[in-house]
Ligand binder design. Structure first.
Ligand code: ADP
Ligand code: MG
Length: 322
């Protein structure tokens, strides 16, 4: 079981940033409106996520670090199956299996908080703790027990960069949530909950926001909204291309192609435009579970989605504005 956890962990927890993404998604799932992230040494030494969400009950704390679905898996032949679909409800267990993890949490209805910790696959008993509300998850010494994995880690700066990317992607998608990021004790980002346009300006810079064109197009059950750089805007500070499908950050060739075509059609050459675009559609038309730890999606009716994104963006880019 330990082996299975560690192999699964290799899939879910490719690097500190993938663990951070899972922890942030858990905090959001718990209804948090305020989330603080503190990283040490690129997240390898420690990832700490504190939220004000609904918390975890004493009983559920033990379960949270335990793999539930793997008891059926008995042979090595089944490992393939684990790698492809075993991850729902297993992110924390996978992360814990390759780190020293501590969770302190107080469920809204509980009289006080509880704490659980683990060292690799060894889980300690739950004990009383002090915390007013919400949850703190601390993941320390990632891959301390899997040296082979540890070797794949890049420099502290690179791992921090990936964590920062994961954080900013979520920050862009959730302007309704206050978010803070620290690295080695230094404040990196601090965002108050507020309007989407303000969050875009905070994450991508005021300069981008000032010139960006607003998009809001709907047709046949599809909606595209967000902000895209004017065709004439030449600066783009970071690799500022964000696409979300039903609120999830994705990397999708089909959408990327439609966007690039829209810009090319207006610009007649291939620059790297900055944009933040949210595509919303019937969940039945998109499969987001291609791989839980990755950012791929698969569309049914890809052609009509391509056409819609191209036309929605083209219309805005081609409209002359002051
Ligand atoms: P999943 O999110 O797929 O259910 P995880 O392993 O990520 O699986 O988390 C296990 C469970 O632990 C969650 O279903 C949730 O009940 C609980 N949990 C984890 N993190 C938090 C959090 N920050 N606040 C409240 N509950 C949490
Ligand atoms: Mg989760």
């Amino acid at each position: 079981d330990q082996l299975i956890s560690q192999i699964a962990a290799g899939e879910v927890v490719e690097r500190p940033a993938s663990a951070l993404k899972e922890l942030l998604e858990n905090s959001l799932d718990a209804g948090s409106t305020d989330i603080s992230v503190a990283l040490l040494q690129g997240g390898v030494k420690q990832l700490r996520v504190a939220d004000n969400g609904g918390g975890i009950s004493q009983d559920d704390l033990t379960l949270a670090l335990t793999r539930h679905a793997t008891s059926k898996i008995a042979t090595l032949d089944d490992l393939e199956a684990v790698a492809s679909l075993g991850f729902r409800g297993e992110a924390l267990a996978s992360i814990a299996s390759v780190s020293r993890t501590q969770i302190i949490s107080r469920a809204a209805s509980a009289r006080h908080a509880w704490r659980i910790s683990s060292v690799g696959s060894q889980i300690m008993p739950v004990e009383p703790a002090a915390l007013d509300a919400g949850t703190i998850v601390e993941v320390s010494d990632l891959y301390f027990n899997t040296p082979a994995r540890r070797k794949f880690l890049k420099t502290e700066a690179t791992e921090f960069g990936h964590c920062d990317d994961a954080f900013q992607r979520i920050a862009l998608a959730r302007p309704d949530v206050s978010l803070m990021l620290q690295h080695n004790g230094r404040a990196v980002s601090r965002y108050q909950a507020g309007p989407a346009a303000r969050r875009v300006a905070e994450v991508l810079g005021q300069e981008f926001a000032d010139q960006a064109l607003s998009i809001e197009e709907s047709a046949a059950g599809l909606r595209l909204w967000g902000m895209a750089a004017k065709p004439t805007y030449q600066r783009s500070s970071r690799d500022s291309q964000y696409v979300y499908v039903n609120g999830r950050f994705v990397r999708d060739k089909l959408i990327a192609h439609a966007i690039r075509q829209a810009y090319q059609d207006v610009l007649h050459h291939d620059r790297h435009p900055a944009f933040v675009l949210f595509l919303e559609l019937d969940p039945a038309l998109v499969d987001v579970n291609v791989h839980p730890a990755k950012t791929e999606v698969r569309f049914r009716e890809g052609q009509s989605i391509h056409r819609f994104v191209f036309h929605a963006l083209h219309k805005v880019l081609a409209t002359p504005v002051g």
